[in-house]
Design a protein around this ligand. Structure first.
Ligand SMILES: *Cc1c(COP(=O)(O)O)cnc(C)c1O
Length: 386
């Protein structure tokens, strides 16, 4: 019998923002103090935009002050005002962006394997007002991009992706943003790459570029002309400086996360009732989350009980995504398909702590605690032992 592990002395959260060396950021600030350019597409902005284009292997990108507005303004720039088929198994920002753009979300169920919108459920939901499909690459596991493309072509729909979890994801060597008409990335502090707050959109049709630039800057074309009722969604120079420095430590952060994810997935494969949600072999992992699916019968505990129990050990996991967006009171009367797979995922998925600075022995301890909870939950004499 192995000794019971002990709780962490300090809380361990699901993530901890990555930061570059403070001296490097201060050197960037010195340049900003010198230039007195703080916002409005300054030199740091243009430098970061070019660097992001190279990192994502997608030359056409626009930076925004956050991912939500990047997505909202992309839908506006495309003129999408009708129904947008999307997934309820996502962060609230996804359907909110549709709503904010003046269009209407319609919820489609997810594929049990990818946890992304299920192409097999899409076609039946297409109506006379349907204009677009908005898929989310959940945990960096890509949607079935080929099937979605076929459906979109057949019905003349636009395809937009929320790739907030899929920074640098590639499918068979192709960058994730090469699928669909436009792809949004979030640069929020909790994301793998961040600018404190921020985001971008990678788009296919070059005609979209000038409209996106106008929409993020009040629709101002020049001193004499305002072309559109745009908003203020600019990324400022301090945030761009953060992004430039973050890109410099991205490889190191990714290496550390890859090591931890390998440790988790190897150790957890021996534990009944916990299935690691990993991208398929041809997909490069974005390393954004360490998501597991809890099978109550095999693990001995429900996801919610495990989530609560982990807190006693000072481990703060997250139930991404719970609750389902389709359950929000104000979205109750939107059109929807049967959502049973999404509902099941929302009660079974848990994200474990994953960030570069998480020590290897802390991840090992988390695994031991999970094994201990499984043993305690299944050791009851009331359970059949065989
Ligand atoms: C983080 C996130 C967003 C929102 O991005 P912000 O930059 O915080 O606005 C949207 N969708 C998903 C799936 C996310 O995880």
């Amino acid at each position: 019998m192995r000794a019971a592990p002990s709780p962490f002395p300090q809380p361990i959260f699901v993530t901890r923002p990555t930061l570059p060396a403070k001296e490097r950021f201060i050197a960037q600030l010195d340049e900003i103090w010198e230039s007195r350019i703080l916002s409005n597409q300054g030199p740091k902005h243009d430098q970061l935009e070019a660097l992001i284009g190279r990192t994502l292997k997608h030359p056409q990108v626009k930076l925004f002050c956050n991912g939500t507005l990047a997505l909202t303004l992309t839908l506006q720039a495309m003129g999408i005002k009708g129904e947008v088929l999307t997934t309820p198994f996502t962060f609230p920002a996804t359907p909110h962006a549709i709503q904010l753009a003046g269009a209407r979300p319609v919820f489609c169920d997810i594929d049990a394997r990818t946890l992304c919108i299920d192409p097999a459920k899409i076609e039946a939901m297409i109506g006379p007002d349907t204009e677009a499909i908005l898929g989310v690459h959940v945990y960096g596991i890509p949607c079935d991009v080929e099937a979605i493309e076929l459906i979109a072509k057949k019905h003349g729909l636009k395809v937009i992706y929320d790739a907030a979890h899929a920074f640098m994801t590639e499918v068979g060597g192709r960058p994730i943003s090469s699928f669909g008409d436009a792809t949004m990335f979030s640069f929020h502090a909790t994301k793998l790459f961040h600018t404190v707050e921020g985001g971008c959109v990678a788009y296919r049709d070059s005609a979209l570029g000038p409209t996106l630039s106008l929409l993020r800057n009040f629709g101002i074309l020049n001193e004499d002309t305002v072309l559109l009722a745009g908003t203020n969604a600019k990324l400022n120079e301090l945030q761009c400086a953060m992004g430039i420095e973050m890109l410099g430590i991205l490889d190191e952060e990714r290496r550390a996360r890859a090591r931890l994810k390998e440790l988790y997935s190897e150790a957890l494969s021996e534990l009944p009732g916990l299935e690691c949600l990993l991208p398929p072999a041809e997909v490069s992992d974005s390393l954004q989350y360490m998501a597991v699916r809890v099978n109550e019968a095999d693990f001995g505990m429900s996801r919610d009980d495990l989530y609560a129990a982990l807190k006693d050990w000072n481990i703060f996991s997250r139930r991404y995504f719970h609750p389902l967006c389709s359950d929000f009171e104000f979205y109750r009367n939107l059109r929807r398909s049967d959502l049973s797979e999404a509902r099941r995922a929302a009660t079974e998925v848990l994200c474990l702590p994953l960030y570069g600075e998480l020590p290897v022995d802390a991840a090992e301890r988390i695994v031991h605690i999970l094994a201990h909870l499984h043993r305690s939950a299944t050791a009851s004499p009331l359970r059949a032992s065989n």
